[in-house]
Structure formats: structure tokens, C-alpha cells
Design a protein around this ligand. Structure first.
Ligand code: RUQ
Ligand code: CUA
Length: 620
């Protein structure tokens, strides 16, 4: 008995001592392991989640692994990327359409039944009202849709519906529709907002325009798709129901209430299919003053920013950024008001539902609520920009705030693991902070953006790790790694590119007038042909096929003194135009380190002066 007590005392003393160890205090989490252990992924092992962070005005998408917070790659989307030749080869150049910047805010993973299915990632370019589709089998941008007609800046975008039937875009600014010169003073008369429903082909993800709806001239801000009982609806927030067109800082914050718009996208599509749309700027546009039953407005307080539908699809959570509460609306109450025809007038023909009729709860989360995500235990997490905190609250009565955690600093969006789906996993949330100030080594007046990994698995939120990001993640999404199965190579036999070659004997040069087509192969460690003769003034098209079928063996193709460079992955063919501007000799080389003889992987273009007799050109 005495020995038993002694053992207990020694154990207790040992525990007390351990908790005094430097670096140990406060790091033991609910799971009993330290914060360091919980972010550590051993060399050679993989993360359990992919995170897709929007690149903001960098125009791209950043891919991170979680929980390690390691940056894995950057996917070029709206901005040229010379390292891989995105925006340099003919196909991606055409996709970019001459634009060299974009402002990417909201990644939207494709969904089946309201859960991420790992097929595609959509992302908006706010500034030019475009939406890109990235194929997650190879992490490449495969379509850029837009500029969407009539729509000025797609911020509330793309927010896919539960079976990726649609992605959406709504105008941040209102402009005359169709756009023409109108005095700004006539804003309230002639300016309109637009909501666009972009159809997604279920087989290959191709986007096409489904419908547009004329909206009141407010600033449409964010969106989310209904799910479960609210499937078939898309919700949008707006500010500036004051319709200010200058000094918005003051003038757009006057009203007690702005709105959430609820769009019945099935009804809208049906109205277009029934011929009720007018064509404006090439788009089928519905006017809610004439076409009933497609859109409703619900007043919510104080310039709401984020709108987020909970996993059950019953509640629509609006974060009024100038208010210390999340306003929770009930889909069932909204539906009941619509079915009973109980409205409080209309705005530009859009019926307004009474605030009290749709209201379910007000949750006192704190100052500056912006966005909300969810876990698997019925909790919501709201970012608080002004308080620099995340508030955790119970979805459902009594709607109480359960926990708060400080973040550093000024959080915008937050990303929980599968946190906007029907089945969030409840493992992590990442705070996407607008300011990092003193958190990293000083690099001058502008610091990196800050991101912070927070563990949600214990009763209290727990900060695990800080990591800097480049400009400027807005929203982000985190998907279980096991849902993605990226390919390792492009099988040569299924390469259907018109300029592809499948074997060395197909490598050749063809001339038609002053156009020269070079069908070239790249393989460790040579190009063929590697001696090319052309005439001054020729338009030369290099069609380079990487004949390798080995994982991770990419070749580059760069031409000296030119703006030409691209990367060709195993089994892939890319084409690039190069103009033979002046006579002389121009080397080209493999710009992507590929093997011990990478430096030997090169060739020459001999450009004969105009008028000299020439040559069909080259070999193989
Ligand atoms: S926004 S910080 Cu561009 Cu999504 Cu809310
Ligand atoms: Cu091929 Cu370096």
C-alpha cells in the first residue's frame, strides 16, 4: 500500500516537473501531443490534406499540404508563368486572351452530393469577370470562361452548387446594362447589378453561360450554394443598398439593413429555356420585374460580407461586417414566406421578405465578422476582422459562443477542413490573416500575408503553426488528400494533339510559304531535330513532344534572345511560335534540369539572310 502511494507521488512530481520544461508549457493539446508533433510530417511522408489558396492579385492558386503547411506548388491561372511557359505556349496564350493579370479570390472545388469530389477546382478572376477551371488530375488550368458579358467584376464567384450544376458570378460594381456612357448622377436610374449562372458540363467540366438576372444596383459581395433542403438556391450578400457612387466609405454604410438575395437557379434556367430572357451583350438576361419567382431579397443588418450555408442546409449565416453579430436566417422560414406570398414590397421588381419572417437567430460573435466555416460536431467558426479572433459557436439553440482564439492579425477568410461541405471533417481551420506585421523576419515595409493552422479536435481551438504566404490568399479550401489521384504521366498513346509525334522517325520540319512547322522530340538528353535552317522573316512553330514516359521527367524549351520558353511534361506536346527576326545563329536549350547531360540538351537555328537560297531545312 505504501509503495503504491510512493509511486503515485513520484509520478505526480514528474508530471509537475515536465510541465515546467521550457517550450513545453501550453503546447500539450487535447490529443496529448505537442503542437510541433501535430504539424510534423516526417521526411518522405505525405500530408493528409491538400489546401488550395487563392493568389489574389497574383492571379494564381497556391497549393499547400496540411498539417505541415508546406507550399507544394503554384498553379498558374490568370497570370503568365515563364518557368512552365504558361502564357507562352500557343494554347495557354490563347486561353489568357492577352490579359496578364487577374484577381483571384475564391477557389471552389467541384462537388457531388454537397461534398468535394476532387475533380475540378474553379476560381474567379474578379477584375475581368472570368472563371477558370483547373483539372485536378494534373493541376492544370484547362478553361478560362469569360469575361462574362454585362458583369462588372465577379467577386461573389464561383461557389459551386452541390452537384456542380452551376458556378456563379455576381457583379461587385454596378454599371449601365448594356454598358454605355451614362452620367454617374444617373446611377440610381440606369445602373444595374448582374447575377450570372454558369452551367458546368457534368462530364468534362466545360463552362457555358446559363442565365443572367438583372439585379438592383447594389454592390454584390459574396455567395454560397444551398444544400440539402436548400439545394436549388444560391445566396448572395450585398452592401451599398444606399446606391452611392462616390465616397462609399461614408455613404454606403447609412442603412441599418442591406440584403441577401436568394436565387432559385432552377426557376431561372427554366425561364430562359422557356424564352423569357432578353438578349443583352449576347447573354440571356432575365428581368425580375417581368419574370417572377426567380429571386427574392432578405434584409440583414449592416453591410453583410460572407454568407455561408451550414452543413445541414437549413441555415444561412450572414456576417454583417459593421455589426457584432452573425445573423442566421432560416431557409424553411424563407420558403414559408415565399409560399404564402408574404412580402414587404420590392426592389427593382425583386420581392422583399420581411427581416423577422426569415430570421432564426443572432449570434453575438464579436467585432467585424466576415466569414463562417463549420466542423463535424455542429459548430461554426466565424472570422472576426476587427477583433483579430475566430469565434466558435453552436449552430442551433441556444446559439451560444463556445470559444475564441486570437489570430495575428486582421483575419479575412478562414478555411476549415472540408468546412463548407455537407460533411466537414472538423480537424483544422486555417486563419488567413491580412496582416502579419511582426510574425516573420523583416523584409521591409510590406510583410508577407499570414496564415495560421489551428487544431479543432480538442474542446478548445489551439494554434499550431504560423506560415507566410505570398500575395494574397483570400479564400481557400482544404480537401482530404486521399480524394485526389493526380496522374504521373500523359500516356503517349492518348496524346491527340494535332502536332504530336509518337516516335523519333516522325520528327521533321515542314515548310509552307514562310511558315515552318518543326515537329520536335525531347528526350533525355537531346532534341530532334536539333539543327534547324530557316529564312529571315519566317514564322516558325515549334511543336515539342516529350517522348518520356517517366514520372517527373519534364524538359524545357527556351530560345535565346526571345520571349519563348515552355516546359513539356512526359507524354505532352506543346506548340510555340517564334519569329526569325534577323539573320544569324540562334541557340535553343532545355531550360528544365532533367539529367546529368541536361546541359548538353541544346540545338541551333540557322537563320539565312533574306534573298539567300534556302533550304527546306534541317534533318533529322
Ligand atoms: S473577400 S475577406 Cu475577396 Cu472573399 Cu472576404
Ligand atoms: Cu531536358 Cu534539361
Amino acid at each position: 500500500m505504501k509503495r503504491w502511494i510512493l509511486v503515485l507521488i513520484i509520478l505526480a512530481l514528474g508530471l509537475a516537473w515536465a510541465s515546467q520544461l521550457p517550450g513545453c508549457a501550453g503546447l500539450r493539446g487535447a490529443s496529448g501531443t505537442s503542437a510541433a508533433d501535430r504539424v510534423y510530417v516526417k521526411p518522405g511522408e505525405h500530408d493528409t490534406y491538400y489546401g488550395f489558396l487563392s493568389g489574389g492579385h497574383h492571379g494564381n492558386v497556391y497549393v499547400y499540404g496540411f498539417p505541415s503547411c508546406r507550399h507544394i506548388t503554384t498553379i498558374p491561372v490568370f497570370t503568365p508563368e515563364p518557368a512552365v511557359g504558361y502564357g507562352y505556349d500557343e494554347e495557354s496564350k490563347e486561353m489568357l486572351g492577352g490579359r496578364t493579370w487577374g484577381d483571384a479570390h475564391h477557389p471552389g472545388l467541384s462537388e457531388t452530393d454537397g461534398d468535394y469530389d476532387g475533380r475540378w477546382l474553379f476560381i474567379n478572376d474578379m477584375v475581368s469577370a472570368r472563371i477558370a477551371r483547373i483539372d485536378l488530375s494534373d493541376f492544370k488550368t484547362r478553361q478560362i470562361f469569360g469575361p462574362i458579358p454585362n458583369l462588372s467584376a465577379a467577386h461573389a464567384c464561383p461557389f459551386p452548387t452541390p452537384n456542380t450544376e452551376y458556378v456563379f458570378a455576381a457583379s461587385r460594381f454596378s454599371v449601365p446594362v448594356p454598358n454605355r456612357t451614362v452620367a454617374l448622377e444617373d446611377y440610381g436610374k440606369d445602373f444595374r447589378g448582374i447575377v450570372a449562372g454558369i452551367k458546368v458540363d457534368p462530364k468534362d467540366g466545360t463552362m457555358s453561360l446559363g442565365f443572367e438576372i438583372l439585379m438592383p444596383p447594389f454592390d454584390w459581395d459574396l455567395a454560397d450554394a444551398g444544400k440539402g433542403p436548400s439545394h436549388g438556391w444560391e445566396f448572395f450578400t450585398c452592401y451599398n443598398s444606399e446606391m452611392a457612387f462616390d465616397s462609399l466609405e461614408v455613404k454606403a454604410s447609412q442603412h441599418e439593413m442591406d440584403y441577401i438575395a436568394a436565387v432559385d437557379w432552377r426557376a431561372a434556367q427554366k425561364a430562359v429555356d422557356d424564352g423569357q430572357a432578353t438578349t443583352i451583350g449576347g447573354a440571356p438576361v432575365l428581368d425580375p420585374a417581368k419574370v417572377k419567382g426567380i429571386v427574392y431579397l432578405m434584409p440583414v443588418p449592416k453591410s453583410p460580407h460572407g454568407v455561408d450555408v451550414d452543413p445541414t442546409g437549413q441555415y444561412i449565416c450572414a456576417s454583417g461586417k459593421l455589426q457584432a453579430e452573425v445573423t442566421v436566417l432560416s431557409f424553411a422560414r424563407m420558403k414559408a414566406a415565399i409560399d404564402a406570398g408574404r412580402f414587404d414590397g420590392d426592389q427593382w421588381g425583386v420581392p422583399v421578405i420581411r427581416h423577422e419572417d426569415a430570421l432564426e437567430a443572432k449570434v453575438p460573435v464579436g467585432l467585424g465578422p466576415l466569414h463562417t466555416q463549420f466542423d463535424d460536431k455542429g459548430n461554426a467558426y466565424t472570422s472576426l476582422f476587427l477583433d483579430s479572433q475566430i469565434a466558435k459557436w453552436k449552430v442551433g439553440p441556444p446559439w451560444t459562443v463556445e470559444d475564441k482564439i486570437d489570430v495575428y492579425y486582421s483575419i479575412g477568410h478562414l478555411m476549415a477542413s472540408e468546412g463548407d461541405t455537407r460533411h466537414p471533417t472538423g480537424d483544422y481551420v486555417v486563419a488567413l490573416d491580412k496582416l502579419s506585421k511582426d510574425r516573420y523576419l523583416n523584409v521591409g515595409p510590406t510583410h508577407p500575408e499570414g496564415a495560421q493552422l489551428i487544431d479543432l479536435r480538442g474542446p478548445k481551438m489551439e494554434l499550431l503553426y504560423d506560415f507566410p504566404t505570398y500575395l494574397e490568399p483570400h479564400y481557400a479550401q482544404m480537401i482530404k488528400a486521399e480524394k485526389l489521384k493526380p496522374i504521373k504521366i500523359y500516356p503517349l498513346e492518348s496524346n491527340t494533339k494535332p502536332y504530336a509525334i509518337k516516335s523519333a522517325d516522325q520528327a521533321r520540319i515542314e515548310r509552307k510559304g514562310s511558315r515552318v512547322d518543326v515537329y520536335m522530340l525531347a528526350v533525355r538528353t537531346h532534341f530532334s531535330p536539333d539543327k534547324i535552317r530557316v529564312n529571315e522573316g519566317d514564322d516558325v512553330y515549334f511543336h515539342v513532344t516529350n517522348l518520356e514516359q517517366d514520372d517527373d521527367i519534364a524538359h524545357g524549351f527556351g530560345i535565346l534572345w526571345s520571349n519563348c520558353n515552355m516546359q513539356i511534361e512526359p507524354g505532352e506536346t506543346k506548340s510555340m511560335h517564334w519569329k526569325a527576326e534577323k539573320a544569324g545563329v540562334v541557340p535553343f536549350y532545355c531550360s528544365n534540369f532533367c539529367s546529368a547531360l541536361h546541359q548538353e540538351m541544346q540545338g541551333y537555328i540557322e537563320v539565312r539572310p533574306r534573298g539567300a537560297s534556302l533550304a527546306v531545312a534541317g534533318q533529322p
